[in-house]
Design a protein around this ligand. Structure first.
Ligand code: SF4
Ligand code: SF4
Length: 62
């Protein structure tokens, strides 16, 4: 199981959603903010971490 931490540096650009193989299952943009809706869908590929221009995503294996 992976926990996804989004820091305050996130500017809701959506790049992580586009880069994620599970995209809209894991993330959603809501009211101008990035929300993690289903971390259990995460495959742990780290695409989102690599693509984020703000270095705002941290994955934690729990
Ligand atoms: S790529 Fe980074 S800055 Fe853009 S929405 Fe995702 S977490 Fe936020
Ligand atoms: S690690 Fe991969 S599968 Fe998990 S949220 Fe990031 S891009 Fe999606």
């Amino acid at each position: 199981m992976i926990k996804i931490h989004i820091s305050d540096q996130c500017n809701a650009c959506g790049a992580c959603i586009r880069a994620c193989p599970k995209g809209p299952r894991v993330y959603e943009l809501r009211d101008g903010r990035l929300i993690v809706i289903d971390p259990s869908s995460c495959l742990g590929c780290t695409n989102c971490v690599s693509i984020c221009p703000k270095n705002a995503i941290r994955l934690e294996r729990i």
